[in-house]
Design a protein around this ligand. Structure first.
Ligand SMILES: [Zn+2]
Length: 373
């Protein structure tokens, strides 16, 4: 931790003093933990940032966080100083007695306080949830800022990315409803943005990757704009390339042969696996709820409809539920909606040849028309 109390009950911030001054303070000053009030040691290494630590035998909840890495201490200081320089009312590592929680930074805003957590180490989903709920219950907004994963995407461009489940928890939405993820890289003092997230399958997304140096960022954070049609064409090509790769892998992996529902459906529909029509494998709203890649469930769906002599948009709720059961999936509302969305998107025109040219525009409209410009 970076703060402690002196004997005179003064708040003392370790990093704000030079190493020489700290050596001197250590001679005659005693420091106390703001939480358990026990005496703590001031550590002044040459490599680490000067900080306070409990003595091994002491029991205090704060000791859990004392494995704090240099990166965590550095990021916390950068963010704290940055918010202060923007004129915000901020506190470093305040202990919130009612919650028994200690955010890295507490920021006072007009509406309600914001607890900023700069998270460098791994955190379990349970812990993340507990801490988030703790804040929410006390009318404090939790703002999680994860350290940008190492070996992250360095080129600023539209690309395929992987977002771990814990990071997916903190995906935010701009006031225009644009989904994005902000992380912070304390090594480079930069915010990393993955904006206009489009889910592909599993933990894979397509995103526009960009970064914002700390000194040009503002608070509340910069919000990304809606995607343009031109940019979406790039998304579409990446998506389609992933569809092709998926089919290739699927063919190699499949041991079930004709029993394989996906391969069987393509065969029945007389589709060549090397050149599936563009209207199979399209992103639709709520498709994330179906844990199967769109190209697979959409091919199976079309064959399902062919057998019943239906067009996808003519399916009743019962038929959609039956279809989901065929895929061994619980027919939840979101899944039913995803299939309805796909049916509506296709309409009746997909049987016509010209449709393949128009689908891109239709998908763009479907995905983004609800967003405010
Ligand atoms: Zn303590």
């Amino acid at each position: 931790m970076l703060i402690a109390y002196t004997k005179q009950q003064q708040l003392f911030v370790s990093y704000q003093h030079s190493r020489e001054a700290l050596q001197m303070y250590r001679q005659y000053q005693q420091f106390f933990c703001p939480q358990c009030q026990q005496s703590v040691q001031l550590k002044i290494g040459q490599l680490n940032i000067p900080h306070f630590a409990h003595i091994a035998s002491q029991s205090c909840e704060r000791r859990f966080s004392e494995g704090e890495s240099l990166l965590h201490l550095r990021g916390k200081i950068q963010l704290f100083e940055w918010l202060k320089s923007l004129g915000h009312t901020v506190e470093l590592e305040p202990f919130l007695t009612t919650l028994s929680q200690r955010p890295d930074i507490l920021l006072q805003s007009k509406q309600r306080a914001i607890a900023l957590e700069f998270q460098c180490s791994a955190i379990t989903n349970e812990n993340w949830q507990l801490r988030t709920e703790g804040y929410e219950k006390n009318n404090i907004q939790a703002l999680w800022l994860f350290q940008t994963p190492q070996n992250s995407y360095t080129t600023q461009a539209i690309q395929k990315i992987r977002i771990s489940p814990i990071h997916q928890n903190v995906i935010s939405y701009s006031s225009n409803n644009v989904p994005y993820l902000v992380t912070y890289d304390a090594r480079a003092a930069k915010f990393n943005y993955w904006t206009n997230l489009l889910h592909v399958h599993g933990h894979t997304f397509i995103a526009n990757v960009l970064d914002i140096p700390l000194e040009t960022q503002y608070f509340p954070f910069y919000e990304p704009k809606s995607i343009t049609y031109e940019a979406f064409i790039v998304y579409w090509h990446i998506y389609k390339r992933m569809c092709q790769q998926y089919v290739k892998q699927r063919l190699m992996r499949s041991k079930k042969g004709v029993q394989d529902l996906f391969l069987r459906s393509c065969y029945e529909l007389k589709f060549s696996l090397n050149a599936l029509p563009h209207y199979i494998g399209v992103p639709v709203i709520n498709a994330k709820a179906i844990p199967i890649f769109s190209i697979e469930w959409q091919a199976i769906l079309l064959d399902f409809c062919r057998k019943r002599q239906l067009l996808p948009y003519e399916m009743s709720k019962e038929e959609i539920q039956l279809f989901l059961t065929l895929l061994n999936l619980e027919p939840t509302n979101l899944r039913v909606q995803a299939i309805e969305n796909y049916g509506k998107l296709l309409g009746y025109s997909f049987l016509q040849e010209k449709y393949s040219m128009e689908i891109l525009g239709k998908v763009y409209e479907h995905l983004y028309s609800h967003l405010k410009v």
